[in-house]
Design a protein around this ligand. Structure first.
Ligand SMILES: C[S@@+](CC[C@H](N)C(=O)[O-])C[C@H]1O[C@@H](n2cnc3c(N)ncnc32)[C@H](O)[C@@H]1O
Length: 251
C-alpha cells in the first residue's frame, strides 16, 4: 500500500516495527490511558464533526441494517459511538468489538439501555466470528491502528456473507487547496498540544497526526480493498478529505 510518506504502511506505527504483538500491546496501552477523556477529546478536537462522520457511516449501512435479523459488527468500537449509531438503524443485532477493556467498559455503560447492541472483547485481526457469518462490518478510526492492515482487510472479508458490506471510516488526505494548509497546521501542531494537556497522556495525540501522515491515502486504501477481493469498492470524502468512508462488498 502506498502512503503519504516514504515509510511502508504495513500497520500502525506504534511498537517495534514488524512485530505485531508489540504493536498491539502499545496500541492497547495507549487507548487504555486515554479512555477516560476519549469521548470528550474526540468531540472537542473535531468540533463535533466526528459525530456527523459516524452518522454518515451508519446511514451508508442502512440497507443492510434494516433487514430483520441482520448482524453487523463494528470492529475497534472503542467507547461504542458508531455501534450505538448503527443500532438505532438496525432491525437486527449490532456487535461492537474491541481489544481494549477500559474503552469497552465505557461502551457497555453507554449501551446499557439499547437492547440490540452487544459488546465483546476481541482482536480485529482474529475475530471470533465464523466465516461468512455477518451481513456487515464497520470500523471507525480503528483500522489505522491495526498492526497489519492487510490481515485486517482479509479478516473483514472472511467474516462477511456473500453480498455483505464493509465500511471503513478513517482520517485521510485533505484536498482543500486553501484550507488544507490551515487544517494541517491545526492537526499537526495545535491538536497534539491540546490533546496532551487534556488527556495528560504524553504522545497519544502526537501519534494521531503521525499515524495519519503514514496511512494509505484514499486511492491506495481503495486499491487495497480491491486487491483483497472486495467488489463495488468506492469512497466518499468528508470535510475536504479530513476523513474518508471507504466501502466494499463481498462477492
Ligand atoms: C481511535 S479508537 C476508535 C474508537 C471508535 N471506533 C470511534 O469511532 O471512536 C481506536 C480503537 O481501536 C482499537 N483497536 C486497535 N487495534 C485493535 C485490534 N487489533 N483489535 C481490536 N481493537 C483494536 C483500540 O483499542 C481503540 O479502542
Amino acid at each position: 500500500m502506498k502512503n503519504h510518506e516514504s515509510r511502508p504502511a504495513r500497520g500502525s506505527i506504534l511498537g517495534e516495527s514488524g512485530d505485531e504483538h508489540s504493536t498491539a500491546d502499545a496500541v492497547r496501552s495507549m487507548f487504555s490511558a486515554v479512555a477516560p477523556r476519549y469521548d470528550f477529546l474526540n468531540h472537542f478536537l473535531s468540533l463535533g464533526t466526528d459525530i456527523l462522520w459516524r452518522g454518515a457511516a451508519a446511514r451508508s449501512m442502512q440497507s443492510i441494517l434494516q433487514r430483520p435479523g441482520s448482524v453487523v459488527a463494528d470492529l475497534c468500537c472503542g467507547t461504542g459511538d458508531l455501534a450505538l449509531e448503527l443500532s438505532r438503524h438496525s432491525a437486527g443485532t449490532v456487535v461492537g468489538t474491541d481489544f481494549c477493556h477500559p474503552m469497552l467498559v465505557r461502551a457497555r455503560a453507554k449501551g446499557s439501555s439499547a437492547p440490540n447492541v452487544h459488546f465483546a472483547e476481541a482482536d480485529s485481526l482474529r475475530l471470533p466470528f465464523a466465516d461468512a457469518s455477518l451481513d456487515g462490518v464497520t470500523i471507525a478510526f480503528g483500522f489505522r491502528n491495526l498492526a497489519n492492515y492487510q490481515k485486517g482487510l482479509e479478516e473483514m472479508l472472511r467474516v462477511l456473507r456473500p453480498h455483505g458490506r464493509a465500511a471503513i471510516l478513517e482520517f485521510s488526505r485533505v484536498h482543500w487547496p486553501v484550507l488544507g494548509p490551515a487544517f494541517r497546521f491545526y492537526f499537526r501542531q495545535v491538536l497534539p498540544l491540546i490533546g496532551r494537556w487534556i488527556s495528560s497522556v504524553p504522545g497519544a495525540y502526537q501519534y494521531l497526526p503521525e499515524s495519519v501522515a503514514r496511512f494509505p491515502d484514499q486511492e491506495s486504501l481503495a486499491a487495497a480493498l480491491r486487491s483483497t477481493g472486495f467488489t463495488k469498492v468506492g469512497y466518499r470524502n468528508f470535510t475536504g478529505g479530513a476523513a474518508a468512508l471507504h466501502f466494499g462488498e463481498k462477492l
